[in-house]
Write a protein that binds this ligand. Structure first.
Ligand code: NAP
Length: 241
């Protein structure tokens, strides 16, 4: 089967390797991450040009099925894939890893987006120290909290913010290192997206151990009616079923 695999995640890379022996797979990346980890097999780099561009691309390349294995917060790409597949009557499956689940000892505060998370901070801590692990896109919402802030991103934001300290790093992160980071930087609150998965979850265990509250940004909703798999195994089963 000829498949477009929308990527940008570890699962997408794993899935490309798993599907390649049996299918004709083209993976696609937005192309904005420097030194991105690349999947095996054929690759499309960069956007498609909205729903219209994606629809034309799918027809031109004879794609029979689309697997959307983008990050849970890549809502625009997911919406475009749903709209294009619906218009062309193409099968679409979204691979979505489960979100993180609160555990005993966690103090979690749920918010809808970066702006809501930033608005919550003054009520949670007076003059405390914030650790943002939300990527670079939502950072600007925190510029005016007046709180000392450490932000961790894979690539530097453009422009580089002057109102926070920046760590450039990418997972997977180890529990002992996350604990050390929260301790040495004297972090009082952690802000994160509910990305799910193992690669970046160690910070949650570290926050639990240090009794640090966590502000979690909820995932954007999926388009109505799309089929969803939670694992690469479920995707393979869906393709053969
Ligand atoms: P987005 O807001 O949903 O998408 C913005 C635009 O980028 C899309 O309309 C599309 O451009 C292009 N695009 C996004 N993903 C693409 C893909 N896999 N292949 C080709 N074009 C793509 O996406 P985003 O949140 O900026 O994320 C961009 C990429 O980074 C995604 O692949 C995602 O999996 C990965 N990522 C995102 C996050 C996050 O927190 N958002 C975290 C880790 C990894 P056109 O309209 O021109 O087609």
């Amino acid at each position: 089967m000829k498949i477009l695999l929308l990527g940008g995640t570890g699962e997408a890379r794993r899935l490309a390797a798993e599907l390649l022996p049996d299918h004709d797979v083209i993976s696609s990346l937005a192309g904005r991450t420097r030194d991105a980890r690349l999947p095996v097999g054929a690759l499309h780099h960069g956007g498609f040009g909205g729903v219209e561009g994606l629809s034309s691309w799918l027809v031109d390349h004879g794609i029979q099925t689309v697997i959307d294995a983008t990050h849970p917060f890549a809502a625009m790409m997911t919406a475009h894939a749903a709209a294009a597949c619906s218009a062309l009557d193409l099968p679409l499956l979204v691979l979505r890893r489960p979100g993180w689940q609160q555990q005993p000892g966690d103090t979690w505060h749920w918010t809808s987006d970066s702006a809501a998370a930033a608005a919550l901070l003054p009520a949670l801590l007076a003059g405390g120290r914030v650790f943002l692990t939300i990527g670079r896109q939502g950072l600007a919402a925190f510029a005016h909290t007046g709180l000392w802030t450490l932000a961790r991103c894979v690539d530097p934001p453009d422009p580089v913010p002057t109102w926070c300290e920046l760590i450039l790093d990418r997972g997977p992160y180890e529990p002992a290192a996350e604990l050390e980071l929260l301790r040495t930087r004297r972090i009082d609150v952690l802000v994160t997206k509910n990305s799910g998965g193992d690669m970046t979850s160690a910070k949650l265990a570290a926050a639990r151990e240090l009794s640090i509250p966590v502000v979690l940004i909820e995932r954007p909703p999926l388009p109505a009616g799309v089929a969803v798999a939670r694992t690469t195994g479920e995707v393979r089963a869906w393709l053969t079923g």
